[in-house]
Write a protein that binds this ligand. Structure first.
Ligand code: NAX
Ligand code: ADP
Length: 346
């Protein structure tokens, strides 16, 4: 187990040749956001550009694409077709699950056939980031407990069907991929609660990275959060082996493991404990993968810089007041700070 150092991290920064163009620095395909989580799509897309990616395309529902393009002109949009959801309105007592009405509402859930329309982008993207704010459509604990009753206006599965179709299409791809947030909840559901439960262990596409917080890792491994927190390095390493992926276990002193080696991140502080800061991290790692770093190096560099951006933001704004969107302005400052260190050969 090693603690990441500033010198080592600096050595990982990708080169920025003068004779270059946007394709030199890679294309991030970010599949993110949903009706209630538009901010996650914005934060994860913009942070990839801030770390140096040449091109970011956001693929999401038309409503999300519209909201994000109103906030920034920097991201290319790929609106995906949605399907209306039929709500079953159940009796308020919830004892007999009597259906008292049906309504069709556009919840902006992406149609699973949208995966076909994504084919060209899946081909040309240098890295695919999936899951920030993608929405499971109901409370996570209900989603991950097949015995829990549906509440009266629950959306059965959000983007679950779309995600499973996408995961199928990603299986044979060799680009780097980052699975975050709801992508991890869908995978947990598939592993432990779905009637289509896999007979053999699920292996994620090669070159993938997963970014769970402790509760998400608990859902993935089907064990308690307390057990994970008591031995973070062990469980991050176990999950990396089981799922054949790089694991980034979030939290104070984030752990990164490829199943063999483990790294501890020394940067970051409680200012990062605010909704949306994990979405920024996904974009940062995607941005470094796009520039050609290996999944492990992109994760180490991304986690360190995200934490440093949080430290610099907290110095300026106080630990209380940093917003996830502030981090976007501190990514450049964090990069400038580490580039002042002379690189070493490793
Ligand atoms: N502006 C936006 O659009 C935002 C969208 N977000 C997206 O919203 C979706 C759901 O995020 P939620 O925050 O609702 O759900 P989470 O699954 O992140 O959190 C649900 C609960 O899990 C527990 N938990 C979270 N982090 C933990 C930790 N480190 N240790 C122990 N327990 C922990 C807490 O009890 C928390 O209330 C994700 O797809 C995410 O990307 C969030 O990132 C928040 C901001
Ligand atoms: N107390 C803390 N110290 C250091 N880093 C933290 C702390 N709390 C949260 N973080 C970091 O902030 C990010 C939070 O991500 P996540 O839990 O996915 O939030 P969200 O889903 O709201 O974006 C992670 O990178 C995590 O490591």
């Amino acid at each position: 187990m090693q603690t990441l150092t500033k010198e080592y991290i600096t050595s990982l920064l990708p080169m920025r040749p003068d004779n270059s163009h946007k394709a030199t620095f890679g294309h991030v395909l970010n599949i993110a956001g949903s009706m209630h989580y538009r901010g996650a799509a914005y934060l994860s897309s913009l942070s990839a550009l801030r770390t140096g990616a040449g091109y970011v395309t956001l693929a999401s529902s038309p409503g999300v694409c519209q909201s994000v393009s109103a906030l920034t002109p920097n991201i290319v949009m790929r609106p995906l077709p949605t399907r209306p959801v039929i709500y079953a309105e159940l009796s308020p007592q919830m004892t007999d699950s009597v259906c008292i009405g049906l309504q069709s509402i556009d919840t902006e859930s992406i149609d699973e056939k949208a995966v076909i329309q994504l084919h060209d982008l899946l081909e040309k993207a240098s890295v695919i980031t999936v899951g920030s704010g993608l929405s499971i459509g109901q409370s996570k604990d209900e989603f991950n407990d097949s015995t829990a009753p549906l509440s009266s206006m629950a959306i059965a599965e959000g983007n679950h069907c779309f995600f499973l179709a996408l995961l199928g299409a990603l299986q044979t791809r060799s680009q780097s991929m980052v699975f975050d947030a709801d992508a991890l909840n869908f995978i947990s559901h598939f592993l432990h609660h779905s009637p289509r439960k896999p007979q053999t262990p699920l292996h994620l596409p090669k070159n993938s990275i997963i970014t769970p917080h402790p509760k998400e890792l608990a859902r993935l491994l089907n064990i308690d959060v307390e057990a994970i927190q008591a031995d973070r390095v062990h469980y991050a390493t176990e999950a990396a082996k089981q799922l054949n992926t790089i694991v980034l276990l979030k939290g104070y002193h984030t752990v990164i493991s490829d199943g063999e080696y483990a790294f501890i991140n020394p940067t970051g502080n409680n200012a990062l404990a605010k909704a949306g800061s994990g979405d920024v991290l996904t974009g940062i790692i995607g941005g470094f993968c796009a520039q050609g770093l290996s999944p492990l190096n992109a994760t180490c560099l991304g986690v360190y810089l995200h934490g440093l951006a949080g430290d610099l933001a907290a110095q300026a704004l106080s630990e209380y007041s940093v917003l996830a969107s502030d981090l976007l302005d501190y990514i450049p400052k964090a990069i400038k700070q580490i580039t002042n260190v002379k690189p070493i050969n490793v």
